[in-house]
Design a binder for this molecule. Structure first.
Ligand code: PGA
Length: 251
């Protein structure tokens, strides 16, 4: 088993300031478990509580990340409602999700995602880049074709930043549905993604899985040898579920 696994939480549009104690509880849990020291745990939370978390929570193990950054080429200026990578850097924020299917659905284009990657990495922010196909493409056996296209378009202008990207394969039909792909399918898919990134971009990529990861299916998912970790939505909202996932993974 690969030792350095990622357990990344995506809180999406959830979380009030009172919920930040969930993260402190997880941090305490990880602090007590020395054998988990090789694990990377990142909580990607809404902007409204990101600053509070980074300034007030004295976290030892858990890192805090954002869920998006502005695609503007400037750090400050006329872009109402946007948050620049520079602003996140000011808070010492070191990670952000980009290209999540829910953001793509709301209008994020490949071009914008590519711009966002550049701005994030320039500001020392590591990117968790989400890719994945919808159910229609999955049924038509076009999953890899779609994912390859997404990777190609978002990476071609970011070749010098590739080491700062964690790739998250998230089949859209699996997000929030409770349905996960078969292990054999995922093993094969991870192999294809890693091979593609190695051949095309000369990198040994870190690739994680996202989509309905829960305490119920982690025993199954942990058998995917090439998977470097998980992006966890719904099950990251309650500390008990998130800790259960980690416990079962390392059991
Ligand atoms: P989910 O979300 O775990 O609730 O399916 C995952 C994600 O969208 O990143």
């Amino acid at each position: 088993m690969h030792s350095k696994k990622y357990f990344i939480a995506n809180w999406k549009m959830n979380g009030l300031k009172g919920d930040l104690n969930q993260i402190s509880i997880i941090d305490n849990f990880l602090k007590k478990k020395n054998k988990l020291s090789a694990l990377n745990c990142i909580f990607c939370i809404p902007y409204t509580i990101l600053g509070l978390a980074l300034i007030n929570l004295k976290l030892k193990k858990v890192k805090i990340g954002a869920q998006d950054v502005s695609n503007e080429a400037f750090d400050f200026g006329p872009s109402t409602g946007q948050i620049s990578s520079k602003m996140l850097k000011d808070l010492n924020c070191k990670f952000t999700i980009l290209g999540h299917s829910e953001k793509r659905f709301n209008g994020d284009t490949e071009h914008q995602i590519s711009q966002k990657i550049g701005m994030a990495v320039k500001n020392n922010i590591k990117v968790i880049l989400c890719v994945g196909e919808n159910l229609k493409d999955y049924k038509k056996k076009k999953s890899f074709y779609k994912v390859k296209k997404q990777l190609q378009l978002s990476l071609k202008k970011n070749k010098k930043y590739l080491k700062n990207i964690i790739f998250a394969y998230e089949p859209i039909w699996s997000i929030g549905t409770g349905i996960i792909p078969e292990n054999s399918y995922l093993n094969n898919f991870f192999l294809k993604i890693k091979k593609y990134l190695k051949n095309e971009f000369k990198i040994k990529a870190t690739v994680i899985y996202g989509g309905s990861v829960s305490p119920k299916n982690i025993n199954e998912l942990k058998n995917i040898d090439l998977c470097d970790g998980f992006l966890i939505g719904g099950a990251s909202l309650k500390h008990k579920n998130f800790i259960d996932i980690i416990k079962k993974y390392y059991n």
